[in-house]
Design a protein around this ligand. Structure first.
Ligand code: HEC
Length: 398
């Protein structure tokens, strides 16, 4: 019999047991991550399904207000609200579904989406139908905000899903397709809108063009597609002069972008430096808060920053990125992002509290909120909003 050193064997056993433990921990972690993504996708598919069922009412005022549809709309908005709770960590704490990437804005957006859908459901139940319908349309903007940040796979088309869009205008159709991640339909609907020279409402043109441009540049990452959009807009006979001017600037900016070396910044500091330059460029080009002259610069900057936030960075870098994204969305607000920038300024404060950057973010947030509550009779801020601002101000102070 071969003598075994008595104290060697247990070590080997411990080593093997340890190895098994580490491997199984790794497997469990992987499975857990895959599960998280799967759960998120499941929720998204359900949300999409209910939005599709709501569409016939959402885009048809008479149908939305028809008492015969009341029960159905109430059920559908209720379902949407429940699903929105599920992805909202602010409301659900640890029970909320984990977001699929590190972008801290996802949590903020999920909370706002939840808030907006839930208020829509509640105001519908109380009989405030117009308000409720307006809120649902805002909710669709949140889907677009989350989905058009970075390139992602196209959603699988579901049959009959787009049937509810019969009464929707061109801009509404394009926004619905972007919200439900049917990005190829965004492109083809844009083509259709800008080919049809008769049946198009001028108000639809700008909105349709800007959403299509944002999908081309950030989701498809395709400068040529952007150039095609700009050319289409510039030559459309019904497009207002101001929009044609904007399209000419897009063409110029995209031409410059195309001629650049195609190396995108790879580190967080390089991304932040590039984004800062682009934001300044956008600010020089844009002449009024509602014009689209700076769109290419802002879309490019926000795209770089969203890519950066998919990976982990330091709190200071994250806060800087969130600040610049906020500045971009504030400039792009008429594209349908409304008060989205405020969510990013808030996320910026939370990412690196008690810092000079957080203070800057607070100051921009405060200005924007103030402006939102300022009317002909002065500024009138609701108590709960003021309280939230006070908390954030304390948090931001170094
Ligand atoms: C808080 C952000 C957020 C909101 C709000 C949101 N989504 Fe998503 N959704 C995501 C993310 C993240 C993914 C994963 C892919 C990606 O990164 O775009 C996704 C994926 C999807 C998918 C694809 C699922 C799959 O099987 O791959 C669909 C469909 C979808 N969302 C529909 C919607 C619709 C419709 C709305 C609005 C009514 C909505 N989502 C609101 C963030 C959001």
């Amino acid at each position: 019999m071969k003598p075994t050193t008595p104290n060697r064997r247990p070590y080997r056993l411990i080593f093997i047991a340890g190895l098994i433990l580490i491997i199984s921990a790794l497997v469990v972690a992987r499975v857990a991550r895959a599960e998280k993504t799967a759960t998120w996708q499941m929720k998204m598919n359900e949300i999409s399904q209910f939005l599709g069922e709501l569409a016939p009412f959402l885009y048809d005022e008479a149908a939305y207000n028809d008492p015969a549809n009341k029960a159905k709309i109430e059920t559908l908005t209720g379902k949407l609200s429940e699903l929105a709770h599920d992805i909202d960590k602010k409301k659900m704490g640890k029970k909320g579904v984990q977001t699929p990437d590190f972008d801290p804005a996802l949590e903020v957006l999920a909370a706002e989406f939840d808030d907006s859908v839930t208020r829509a459901h509640e105001s519908f139940k109380s009989g405030y139908k117009d308000y409720s319908r307006a809120l649902l349309r805002t909710s669709v903007s949140y889907c677009i905000s989350c989905h058009t940040r970075v390139p992602t796979a196209e959603a699988k088309p579901m049959s009959g899903f787009n049937a509810g869009l019969a009464k929707a205008g061109a801009a509404e159709r394009i926004r619905f397709f972007a919200a439900t991640r049917q990005f190829d339909l965004v492109t083809s609907e844009f083509e259709k809108t800008f080919t049809d020279k008769q049946n198009v409402r001028v108000v639809d043109l700008e909105s349709a063009a800007r959403v299509a441009l944002s999908v081309a540049l950030r989701v498809h990452k395709n400068i040529d597609e952007g150039l095609k959009i700009a050319a289409r807009v510039a030559e459309h006979p019904s497009a207002p002069q101001s929009l044609k001017e904007e399209a000419k600037i897009w063409t110029k900016e995209l031409g410059l972008w195309k001629s650049e070396a195609s190396t995108a910044p790879t580190t967080a500091p390089a991304t932040l430096a590039a984004a800062r330059e682009l934001v300044i460029r956008g600010q020089i080009l844009q002449q009024s808060p509602s014009d689209a002259r700076g769109d290419v610069a802002y879309l490019k900057a926000s795209s770089l920053l969203h890519e950066m936030l998919k990976k982990k960075s330091t709190p200071a870098e994250t806060a800087d990125a969130l600040y610049y994204i906020g500045v971009c969305y504030e400039a792009l607000r008429d594209l349908g992002f409304w008060t989205l920038h405020e969510s990013y300024y808030e996320a910026c404060i939370r990412a690196k509290p008690a810092s000079p950057r957080a203070e800057v973010c607070y100051s921009r947030l405060n200005d924007s909120v103030m402006l939102g509550y300022t009317g002909t009779r002065g500024t009138d801020i609701p108590m709960d909003v003021q309280r939230r601002l006070n908390t954030l101000q304390k948090m931001a102070k170094p």
